[in-house]
Design a protein around this ligand. Sequence first.
Ligand code: MSP
Length: 648
Amino acid sequence: MGKKSFYITTPIYYVNDIPHIGHAYTTIACDVMSRYKRMKGFDTRFLTGTDEHGQKIQTAAEAKGMTPQELVDKIHVNFKELWKVLNISNDDFIRTTEPRHIRVVQAMFKKLMEQGDIYKGSYEGWYCVPCETYVPESSMGENRTCPDCGRELITMKEESYFFKASKYVPRLIEHYEKNLQGVMPRVRYNEIMSFLRGEVRDQSVSRTTLKWGIPIPGDEKHVVYVWFDALINYATAVGYLDDPRMFERYWPVVRHMVGKDIIRFHCVIWPLMLLALGLDVPVSVIAHGWWTVDGEKMSKSKGNVVDPFKMAEVYGADAFRYFLLREVPFGNDGDFSEAALVGRINSDLANDLGNLLNRTLQMIVSYADGVVPAAGGGGENKNPLDAEIRALGEATVAAVDRAMETFSYDEALKLIWAFIGRGNKYIDETTPWKLQKDGDAERLNSVLLTLYEILRLSALLVAPYIPASAEKIWKQLGLSGSPLSVELDGFRWTDGAGTAVAKAEVLFPRIDLEQWKKDRAAQAAPNEEEKTIEHEPEIGIDEFRSVEMRVAQILEVEEIPRSKKLYKLSVDLGYERRTVCAGIKPFFKPEELKGHRIVMVTNLKPAKLCGIESNGMILAASVRDGEAAEQVSLIAPASDIPLGSRVR
Ligand code: MSP
């Protein structure tokens, strides 16, 4: 019988942005699982890639003055580079702009159309442009905002193709009822089941409002909706069209790992598409939680986006990988902080693992000439303490295996570290230096061998998580090859006897906390130049365009008795008159303003100031230089131009 196969995928990442901790997290989790499965002897396939079509990409390209193709060609490389830096062992990297994928999307679309599961209709609804989704009225946020990103929704009506999702819902419910692992963890399973038992509407799967997508065969004014396109990548990459044997080998064992925000696409829409296509639905969709940073939501505008390149550079890829999977139970949300990362490096990696390795190697060198002795001078080791350690090793392998089956990475690491911790305690209990002093060679040899075996097994167990460090441990233990190519089930206790160990080297240098804090504080302090100039985060051209500004003239200026700062202005836009409150009283007398031409923002939400409704905002430049009083200057058109002219 052939090997059992295992296929795991990350979401494909949008290339409108640079990679951050969220992307790194999913990919590392998949990498660890792939490496583990390979060590367990599975025929493993691990896929990642980039999602390159759709409105987001088109908008990002416009903002950068590039074509979408230029943008995706440039940005997708960042992801490939990050995966190298983080030691990711993906077997394939798919881009949705590749011909192999475009062909599959068009073939699937055509098949569904021919069998009547895709039909043409028209769609009208509330639409979130950044998320590229229609939002049902029932889940809209306050003031018609997107429940996911909080931005304002727009109404949209377009001719559209629809996928008859509803038709397959009963079959999907039945499938999940029989397959409780279909969605993991359980809380997400329940969420999906209750969604499926509610109203699942047919899905709009094409767009006429955008160009950057896969054309629909025979009706090219439509492009395929980006999610319909993107989900299919998982099938493209294992040869749905081109390689039926590969498809047969991997498709029935596919697992998708995703963030909790995109489970409806993966646990509802995608399986419904697969059912319609007559294909297996995924074995499991595993949803992880979200990272906040120092207790706050990560966002560009807050400037707290964690850069995985930097983390790997400063702390090492392995430490970062370890931290992400150890820190929070998989599935839960977690909080990232560099302080917590440093804490784990010092305690778990440098102290527990690093010290065990160092102490053991030094003792083998000092007490046994650098060669791992056989137990008790060659005989069978009957010592009950050693037997207990060995049993713990075997039990750890089995328990780690169970934890990995349920994607409980933190659990697996806790088990491995309990074993490592037991090793350190074993040194304290057996005091090899005393055995040496007392000349008890028999006991000393058994102890050294036991310690060596604890490390040999630990290197295998940690290998999927911290592959580069595991290889270093392996080398220091004097072993050839790589721990990653050892079959985990083939591990035999005591086989290490007779091996000559190599030179001990520090695996994870301890980070000096005091120095670290000083360095951080120095980095956080702005330099002189930055102190005076505060910059806003970068925006796209569309965001800028959404601010409507026009030329207007100030007709009347009234004092507001209750306010020290505000004037009530009456302004003429040519096509209408408006009342605007402006906080410029300390800087101008009414006669200095009357008759002046100015520039104002006309689409600002009306606001009540001192009981007066203000309908817009006039623009002024202002500066405060040290102790000097604030200077203010109104912005006016430099030459004569009709009132109401747009400012861009
Ligand atoms: N392109 C789609 C996926 C299509 S899959 C067929 C997409 N891309 S994404 O780049 O926006 O997000 C990819 C993944 O990053 C998602 O799984 C999302 O959950 C994850 N994360 C984004 N921010 C995150 C955190 N702050 N924390 C953890 N993961 C987060 O969605």
